[in-house]
Design a protein around this ligand. Structure first.
Ligand SMILES: Cc1ncc(COP(=O)(O)O)c(C=O)c1O
Length: 467
């Protein structure tokens, strides 16, 4: 047998070991602190070792237990960032995807995987009200946003042949950092990113947007793209997509929607996302609010010709020599990536295993749980909400800092204490200069008792003796 080959028995045994560790993790998920107790030095001691000359065999797999123990356990009380909950049926599909190791460059290279990815992309588009859009799965929202803006640039101010020229991109001041990063990477230049002020609900001020577009037009700086956010990372604000679509249409500007956080909530609450179907391109993240394991983002677009204009640049060795729409289809003609893992399989299994109604219900429940948390906070005299809660991110702060302690410093301290206590995990946001404690519910495991624990833990952290 070749040196690296595993016999079927060895492989089965290894999988059983892994399945045992994974099942044990899932069954104890609720029983341990979210953060591992071990610190950085313990982690280094545990993992920074030399590559063994001789193979360890099953003993290497046994070390996986330690990986689990030293990891963060994202149970139903994990409310940090915008984090999906790692739906396990999708994880099981991941194992198979890695075993069959399809390279999803094109139909020629991965026929079944290509059809499956196109199918799940269509399911996602249909489910959020964007029937007719096509696209591909990506590493996440950041790469989807980069690809969308590359398409916008090529469509409005073609640069692939002769290089980038000055043009402007518009987004709200609350847009995700990946928009600014994309503008820099694409040679549009940070100084051409117009970060439009937001209103009291953290939505883009559209009068100001219009003024900025018209001002650039007068100065001869062509507007390239307007990015509307469907769920800002801080507060979940949803820009007025309908009115942005009108402005984009009138001024012939590309309309991209960054829905990495929020767009999948359109499955449960389509009324919040009116106008989303008018986008030229749209990012959404199944690894956030469709509960899938990382990584699984998605870029949808209305016109695959625009994607090909931006990305088609294939070497002869990769070209499909086949005929037919499907047989000649190449993801790399519409994407940044050539070699791509079979991300679609986890979605395909998970979406069928549970069915559309279960996902709709879970997202609806997260929306309701966020409202419950907001109400609890509003009912506590020691707490105050710092933003409306249109989706599932709840930003608030504790109002009663000890004498002489600044409220921002106090809330930062509380956040660290809450995380250290281990029962609840919060992250933070800065809103109008105020340090906010932030709880975001994008987790199919979260219950009413879990969100109630947020208020309990903040109260407990506030009454801890001063260090
Ligand atoms: C609105 C928004 N856009 C983009 C992103 C980036 O997505 P990813 O982390 O998948 O790259 C995020 C991440 O939280 C987000 O909230």
């Amino acid at each position: 047998m070749a040196r690296l080959e595993l016999s079927p028995e060895q492989f089965r045994k290894l999988c059983e070991q892994v399945a045992e560790i994974a099942t044990d993790f899932l069954s104890r998920l609720d029983q341990r602190e979210i953060q591992p107790r071990a610190g950085a030095a313990d982690m280094v001691r545990a993992f920074e070792e030399a590559w063994p000359r001789e193979g360890l065999g099953e003993a290497a797999a046994a070390k996986l237990r330690n990986v689990v123990e030293l990891s963060r356990w994202q149970n139903g009380r994990f409310f940090g960032y915008v984090m999906g909950s790692g739906e396990p049926s999708g994880a099981a599909a991941d194992l198979l995807a890695s075993v069959i190791n399809q390279n999803v460059t094109s139909w020629r290279s991965a026929p079944a995987a290509t059809v499956i990815e196109r199918t799940v992309v269509k399911w996602l588009a249909d489910a959020i009200g964007c029937a007719g859009f096509s696209g591909s799965l990506t590493g996440g929202g950041s790469s989807a946003n980069l690809m969308a803006l590359a398409m916008a640039r090529e469509s409005k101010l073609a640069a692939n042949e002769s290089g980038a020229r000055p043009g402007a991109v518009y987004c709200s001041a609350e847009a995700h950092m990946s928009i600014g990063k994309s503008v820099r990477l694409l040679g549009i230049g940070r100084k051409h990113l117009r970060q439009i002020a937001v209103d009291s609900e953290f939505r883009m001020n559209l009068d100001e947007l219009l003024r900025a577009v018209e001002s650039d037009e007068r100065k001869g700086i062509p507007p390239i793209a307007i990015v509307g956010t469907a769920g800002t990372v801080n507060t979940g604000a949803i820009d007025d997509l309908e009115r942005i679509a009108d402005i984009a249409q009138r001024h012939r500007v590309w309309f991209h929607v960054d829905g990495a956080y929020g767009a999948l909530a359109a499955i449960a609450a389509p009324e919040k996302f009116k106008g989303i179907e008018r986008a030229d391109s749209l990012s959404l993240d199944p690894h956030k609010w469709l509960y899938q394991s990382l990584d699984c983002g998605c870029l949808l677009f209305r016109d695959s010709g625009a994607a090909r204009a931006a990305f088609s640049h294939s070497g002869d060795y990769a070209k499909s020599l086949l005929q037919g729409e499907l047989e000649s289809f190449m993801f790399f003609d519409e994407s940044l990536e050539l070699s791509r893992r079979f991300r679609g399989l986890r979605l395909w299994l998970s979406m069928q295993y549970h069915g559309q109604d279960a996902f709709r219900a879970a997202i609806g429940e997260d929306l309701a749980l966020a409202q419950r948390l907001a109400q609890k906070i509003a009912g506590e005299s020691s707490l105050e909400l710092l933003a409306p809660v249109p989706l599932s991110a709840v930003c608030f702060r504790h109002k009663q800092a000890p004498d002489g302690v600044d409220l921002n410093a106090w809330n930062e301290k509380l956040m660290k204490r809450v995380v250290q206590r281990g029962r609840v995990y919060l992250s933070n946001a800065t809103l109008g200069g105020k340090f906010a404690l932030r709880a975001c519910v994008t987790n199919h495991r979260t219950t009413a008792a879990d969100v109630d624990a947020v208020v309990e833990e903040v109260a407990a952290a506030a009454s801890q003796p001063q260090a």
